[in-house]
Design a protein around this ligand. Structure first.
Ligand code: GLU
Length: 484
């Protein structure tokens, strides 16, 4: 199966799954599925100073929630494991030894002080500091001497001189790199743990990865990786580097950018739908070529291609994200939306932790009123607070409505009829409004606006009859009393 399509998402467990990581994972997943291949999640945890506990598990949990499912990984294993770099140290060692034996890598015994001094000299000479190549040609005698001194070496790759390395990027075309600009980069630290640029090659090779799709920030790493493939005589995978994601100001989206919700977990908590997020994220770089913007996962699997991924940066548009989620939310069955809204209402203290069937029914009615307009489910709290709070704030416009001359009449008649209703139902409220109309001679806005403002505090809102019904008689009377 030499030509099997195998892609991987290879997060370092340094934090939560963010938009950029989710996009990388999604594109790899879609490409693999599109071509009937395999999708692998591999954890690259060799930079131990940056690792965060449980970050890998958390990222995988959120990927799963998005519906980006893998065929091989740390949790389910697979034929090319282990899938966590730190469990693969013996494998790396073997290949490092091979490079050392062939003279393609060498020990560097320079101490931190020596390296710092070298660096300062370079800066003083006005040069850009370069990685130290001081021990490129250490003799066996010198080596022994250093060993006797108890120095612990790192291992550098011997970068071929005067060569041009060409990345044939599937998205950006040919990108050339001068080998001399690289320097003899470190492949193994003094603690025996390999660096990313080395481990990634060994892993991609042994895991038979056919395509590497990853963020643009890794493009400059690719020539180093090509050198290592070359040193072993291995054929490299195909590469595709995804352009940056920019925020609305056109700046590179950083993890600290507060103008954007960054983490998938946050979207999940706010009550976004995974399919909407996937649909939104895929458009951060990919387009179908047509006008269509709504794609199910299945459609994406059928249509995704790297040829349609843009070289230009994508702009993260929060308004569009909200629009997209609203589009999906409106089309959900009411029960699903209720289930998603309930925790938010409970957290706000609006609904009991153990709601009664009547309470649930009321929540269903309330959510149904707002399903059309919510971008995400956490918005139910401000939207529906008028149904749960005793006091409602009135804005300028609402207060204006109450100044109109017909208002005292309308509200008095409305109140009288509400008090007299034998059964408080949607039907009876509808009939009651007709009565008030007859009795006061008011209709349309002149009739409904004062009633709406009096019972909700707002000049605009959803269906008035439903609103009056869902507020419940005592709350309606309470509010009327306050206005009059
Ligand atoms: N571990 C790298 C990262 O999290 C992934 C690099 C790659 O895909 O080769 O950025």
């Amino acid at each position: 199966m030499a030509n099997e399509v195998r892609l991987r998402y290879a997060p370092s467990p340094t934090g939560h799954l963010h938009i950029g990581g989710a996009r990388t994972a999604l594109f790899n997943y879609l490409f693999a599925r599109r071509h009937g291949g395999k999708f692998i999640v591999r954890i690259e945890d060799t930079d131990q100073t940056r690792n965060v506990e449980n970050a890998a598990e958390e990222q995988m949990k959120n990927l799963k929630w998005l519906g980006v499912e893998w065929d091989e990984s740390v949790d389910i294993g697979g034929p090319y494991g282990p899938y966590r770099s730190m469990d693969r140290l013996d494998l790396y060692r073997k290949y490092i030894d091979q490079l050392l034996a062939e003279g393609k890598a060498y020990y560097c015994y320079a101490t931190k002080e020596e390296l710092d001094a070298e660096r300062e000299e370079q800066i003083a000479r006005g040069e850009t500091p370069k990685i130290s190549e001081k021990h490129r040609n250490v003799t066996p005698e010198q080596r022994e001497q250093y060993e006797r001194e108890g120095r612990v070496p790192s291992i550098h790759f011997r970068v071929p001189e005067n060569r041009v390395y060409v990345v044939n990027d599937l998205i950006r075309g040919e990108v050339k790199f001068d080998s001399d600009s690289t320097g003899d980069f470190v492949i193994c630290r003094p603690d025996g743990i390999p660096t990313y640029n080395f481990a990634v090659v060994i892993d991609d090779y042994l895991m038979k990865i056919s395509h590497v799709v990853r963020g643009e920030e890794h493009l400059s790493n690719t020539p180093r990786q090509l050198m290592i493939y070359e040193a072993f005589g291995w054929e490299p995978p195909k590469f595709a580097h995804l352009a940056l994601i920019l925020n609305q100001e056109g700046k590179k989206m950083s993890k600290r950018d507060e103008s954007i919700i960054q983490f998938i977990e946050q979207y999940r908590e706010l009550g976004f739908l995974p399919d909407a997020i996937v649909n939104f994220i895929v458009l951060l770089g990919w387009s179908s070529g047509g006008e269509e913007e709504i794609f199910s996962k299945q459609e994406l699997i059928e249509q995704f291609s790297l040829e349609r991924v843009s070289k230009a940066p994508a702009v993260f548009d929060t308004v569009k994200m909200n629009w997209m989620n609203n589009y999906y939310l409106k089309r959900q069955p009411l029960e699903t939306v209720v289930e998603m809204c309930l925790p938010h209402l409970q957290k706000a203290g609006f609904v009991d932790e153990q709601p009664t069937p009547q309470e649930i029914e009321r929540v269903q009615g309330i959510v149904a009123l707002y399903q059309e307009e919510m971008a995400y489910c956490a918005q139910i709290v401000p939207l529906a607070s008028l149904f749960f709070l005793d006091e409602v704030e009135m804005d300028e416009e609402a207060r204006g409505v109450l100044q109109e001359p017909q208002v005292p009449d309308v509200l008095a008649s409305f109140r009288k009829h509400i008090e007299a209703l034998s059964e408080y139902t949607v039907e009876s409220i509808k009939a009651l409004l007709k009565e008030v109309q007859k009795e006061t001679g008011q209709k349309g806005k002149a009739l409904f606006m004062p009633i709406r403002v009096a019972v909700t505090g707002q000049a605009h809102g959803r269906d008035l009859v439903q609103t009056i019904y869902l507020l419940g008689r005592s709350r309606v009377l309470e509010r009327l009393k306050r206005v009059v």
